[in-house]
Design a protein around this ligand. Structure first.
Ligand code: NDP
Ligand code: HSE
Length: 439
């Protein structure tokens, strides 16, 4: 079985190492040896350490490598939309099987890849694209196919989980925690894709597509990053027995017209410390799946890094290689349900709102009136003196109000907060966060 490896960076180098170290076991598991036909990179002269591979295999001509007749499986660990999309469509149309870790491409244009795979008759596997080493897509795409999934809630970005965990543990602000993540090699030089939620949104789209048999793309995902999360928000969460996580949430629902829908969102949220996702620290990932018959399932492990990601890549390589030897292909993408994607405004959430308000008669009633006007029911109200857990101003004559709502449409909650911001009795809205996960 001949492999074309596209990319030999963090993940690609570990793929090469594992192929070398596990060669005889992999051959025994597949029924044929795996051989690297070529490795496409951008810079031939780059130092790749003591990689156990013949230097003559390196090329900058990825397309030429893909088109070779002796290539059976193409492994893509380059990343980005182009030229990866063109390469993979070419490979799939030519009947080769493809293994990729490229979540950005799958979320942007998974349809083109799946169509090319159907046309060419090869397999398209992408276990490494979501949550690195954690076996997650195969369970969604195979093991849980006899069940009905209702909700998937996950921590799918290691960098942001590291930052939020550090903020929770030390009280550090976002900038300080990001600096630590960069120093330790978790955050990239340009952390935008991680901290602004783009990476998690791409993964959310892939998860929702598989869980709900519906094509969900990156553009369908409501996305908010963690750059606005403050030390005061974290303190406020702690005062409520919660922690803050960047969550990806994909949920089945029913719209006002009675049609079944799916909503997919990525945003920071408070979750109770008793929730299984709350204890996921450091740069780990975890995904919590709720299904009709299976109940609650939790998948946990390393979501990033060369070796963990290469483990998932190699698992896919074994699967597609076996299929080729057997002359079969895996079941294709399942998008039969074709559920409508619900706008964020209709998503049902709870809010935690901290306000600095004037401490005088009638203020609480006025604030409660704003919630009532938008049909948002208040679950709890806590009042403290200014300078409380939310980092209030400490001004004499001010008070701190912390309000947690019952579930309401996101648009109603947002409109409530907008109106509160316009009241002169409200000195400032110090923290607004969604609350997920019961309690
Ligand atoms: P790196 O940046 O470390 O490596 C990218 C590789 O692609 C390099 O070898 C680079 O060549 C090569 N490359 C870039 N552009 C071209 C081009 N135009 N033609 C040929 N080769 C090219 O990326 P990673 O290994 O970190 O990530 C690879 C993929 O895996 C991405 O899709 C990423 O999202 C995904 N992924 C990564 C994880 C991680 O922890 N790193 C985790 C999960 C998924 P050269 O070496 O010459 O520069
Ligand atoms: N940047 C990603 C993360 C890598 O931090 O989780 C894995 O996709």
């Amino acid at each position: 079985m001949r492999l074309a490896l596209l990319g030999c960076g963090t993940v690609g180098q570990e793929v090469v190492r594992l192929l070398h170290e596990q060669a005889s076991d992999l051959a025994a598991r597949i029924g044929a040896p795996l051989e690297i036909a070529g490795i496409a990179v951008r810079r031939l002269g780059r130092d790749r350490g003591d990689l156990p591979v013949d230097p003559a295999l390196f090329t900058t001509d990825a397309l030429g490598l893909i088109k070779r007749d002796d290539v059976d499986v193409v492994i893509e660990v380059v990343g980005g939309i182009e030229p990866a999309r063109g390469w993979l469509v070419e490979a799939l149309r030519a009947g080769k099987s493809v293994v990729t870790a490229n979540k950005a491409l799958l979320a942007e244009d998974g349809v083109a890849l799946h169509e090319a795979a159907a046309e060419g008759g090869g397999d398209l596997y992408y276990e490494a694209s979501v949550a690195g080493a954690i076996p997650l897509l195969r369970p969604l795409r195979e093991s849980l196919h006899g069940d009905r999934i209702n909700r998937v809630t996950g921590i799918v970005n290691g960098t942001t989980n590291f930052i939020l965990s550090a903020m929770d543990a030390t009280g550090a602000g976002f900038a300080e925690a990001l600096e630590e993540a960069t120093e330790l090699g978790y955050a990239e030089a340009d952390p935008t894709a991680d901290v602004e939620g783009f990476d998690a949104a791409a993964k959310a789209a892939i998860l929702a597509s598989l869980a709900f048999h519906t094509r969900v793309g990156a553009a369908d995902v409501h996305r908010e990053g963690i750059t606005e999360v403050t030390a005061a928000d974290v303190a406020s969460a702690q005062a409520m027995g919660c922690t803050i996580k960047l969550l990806c949430i994909a949920a089945r629902g029913v719209d006002p017209a009675g049609r079944e829908t799916v909503s997919v969102r990525v945003h920071p949220a408070m979750i109770p410390r008793s929730h299984p996702l709350a204890s996921v620290g450091d740069a780990f990932n975890a995904v919590f799946v709720e299904a009709d018959a299976a109940g609650q399932l939790m998948f946990y492990g390393r979501g990033a890094g060369g070796a963990p990601t290469a483990s998932a890549v190699l698992g896919d390589v074994v699967a597609v290689a076996r299929n080729r030897l057997a002359g079969v292909r895996a079941a294709s993408e399942s998008a039969y349900a074709d559920l409508a994607v619900r706008p964020m405004g209709e998503a049902l959430t709870r809010y935690h709102v901290s306000l600095d308000v004037a401490d005088r008669p009638g203020v609480l009633a006025a604030v409660a009136g704003v919630f009532a006007r938008h049909d948002v029911s208040i679950a709890t109200v806590r009042q403290g003196s200014a300078g409380g857990s939310t980092g209030a101003t400490g001004r004499a004559g001010d008070a701190e109000l912390v309000i947690v709502t019952h579930v309401a449409p996101d648009a109603a909650l947002a409109a409530t907060v907008d109106e509160l911001r316009g009241l002169d009795i409200v000195r400032s809205v110090t923290s607004v966060l969604r609350v997920e996960g019961g309690a």
